[in-house]
Unconditional design. Structure first.
Length: 461
């Protein structure tokens, strides 16, 4: 064991931090996790888990309210918008209770593994010491996993009542009558869709030509059409210059001077890394111009023995990426064989309705020639299972090389987050489209469209 680190200090208890801690404990290290806001971090307590819990309810409500063609009747009447409503106070209580329970589960798992949990704000003292107040903790290895927080604009300061960040939505006890969402990225689109389904009037302010500008353009177009069909109003290619509370609501002033009036405003304009009070400058941990910790593909920072993982690195703001960064950091630090982080095999999902899941090369890369591949898009409108369930907005898209090797995919469908997994495996393992095409798919099923798309990509000699 000579030369192998014996102690590990993890600053931050989110996915990057707690997964790293579990790996280090598995290899026999003495592990301490320092967390100021609760184990699980923002991902569990204020971001992923709460938002997806709320979205799970909005999906149910939306599906029932749009289920008239399936023969469903509520009180003998054809359901429509508002037929099924929610008690937002009860819904948000469930959201927060579930998040707290998930945090407790993770904390219990850490304790069972022998990890020491310290509450407080950790700051670097030197390359092997972290201070929490007047206490210090030594680590042969230190991992920084402090996450990120909602970005705030000086002309639209959140007050927790009318102007809200995504972390403050769960304090609402009544459904917003008219919600203005500023920002059409993943967070903005998810909440705009959810509150539209729950019954709010929603206006989505987008600085770009379309919603979800970083996603597959075909997928973004489908979602935009669906959301507008369901009643969401879109204000494209404009920015919110300011947001002012009025007592009973808000006024959002746009670039051209026009104003939007609403009861509430959600600011979804990105995030900033939690690195300002971490002590990185004290020990020489390099940050980029936006304050993100610079790391290589095995999560090393510029200081020997200090690693970083998760949203504070700016690599890719996904919980699964943070967790993998944390695991890779510990495997590398503890002398295990490790493959560097490969973002080309990362699967991601936008939890709108329909969901948008993707992995591997993108349409933009194919169109520009960066990725030498071709693809096929198979609409779900022809899928028997989709017809049975009453939806037709969506598709399966697969990219492959001339050899047939699968290099990327996009799925737009309810449950796309589950359907993308076999395609993520295909990309990770370098499977051929024929491997997918000759694998039995259940009939009828949405996954049958994956096999069908693969069959259409088969190259006939």
């Amino acid at each position: 064991m000579s030369g192998i680190p014996q102690s590990v200090v993890v600053v931050g208890g989110g996915p990057g931090g707690y997964e790293a801690a579990l790996v280090a404990a598995q290899f026999g290290a003495d592990v301490t996790v320092i967390e100021s806001g609760g184990i699980g971090g923002a991902a569990v307590l204020t971001d992923c888990v709460p938002s997806k819990t709320l979205i799970a309810t909005s999906d149910r409500v939306g599906r029932v309210n749009m289920s008239g063609e399936l023969g469903i009747r509520v009180g003998g009447e054809i359901p429509g918008p508002g037929t099924v409503s929610v008690d937002l106070e009860l819904l948000n209580k469930r959201v927060l209770d579930l998040a707290a329970a998930q945090s407790d589960d993770i904390a219990g798992r850490l304790r069972d593994a022998g990890v020491h949990i310290v509450e407080g704000h950790g700051r670097l003292v030197d390359a092997h010491t972290v201070a929490v107040g007047d206490r210090t903790f030594h680590g042969d290895v230190i991992l920084l996993a402090t996450g990120a927080a909602p970005r705030e604009l000086p002309t639209a300061v959140p007050d927790g009542e009318r102007i809200l960040t995504w972390q403050q939505l769960y304090d609402l006890t009544e459904l917003p009558e008219r919600l203005i969402v500023v920002g059409s990225g993943v967070t903005g689109a998810e909440f705009a869709g959810a509150y539209t389904a729950l019954g709010s009037e929603v206006v989505l302010v987008s600085s770009r030509e379309r919603v979800l500008p970083t996603q597959d353009p075909d997928a973004a177009e489908v979602l935009e059409v669906v959301l507008q069909h369901r009643g969401m109003e879109l204000a494209p290619q404009t920015r919110a210059e300011s947001v002012e509370p009025t007592g009973a609501g808000v006024i959002v002033t746009l670039q051209d001077g026009s104003r939007l009036v609403g009861t509430h405003c959600l600011m979804a304009v990105g995030a900033i890394p939690n690195t300002a009070d971490l002590g990185c400058d004290r020990v020489g941990v390099a940050l980029d111009d936006n304050g993100y910790i610079q790391v290589d593909r095995v999560s090393r920072t510029s200081v020997n023995g200090i690693y970083a993982a998760g949203d504070c690195t700016g690599v890719m703001p996904l919980a699964n990426v943070a967790a993998m960064q944390g695991r890779i950091a510990m495997w590398h630090a503890l002398g295990e064989a490790v493959s560097p982080l490969n973002l080309k095999v990362v699967s991601s999902n936008v939890f709108t309705d329909p969901q948008i899941a993707s992995v591997g090369v993108t349409q933009a890369e194919v169109d520009s020639g960066v990725a030498r591949a071709h693809g096929i898009k198979l609409p779900l409108a022809t899928n028997a299972r989709a017809k049975m369930q009453g939806f037709e907005d969506g598709f399966v898209k697969i990219f492959c090389r001339v050899s047939g090797t699968v290099v990327g995919a996009v799925i737009v469908a309810p449950g796309a987050s589950e359907l993308i997994y076999p395609l993520a495996l295909a990309v990770e393992l370098g499977l051929n489209v024929d491997d997918l095409a000759t694998t039995f798919a259940v009939y009828p099923s949405l996954s049958g469209s994956i096999a069908e798309a693969a069959r259409r990509l088969h190259q006939v000699d």
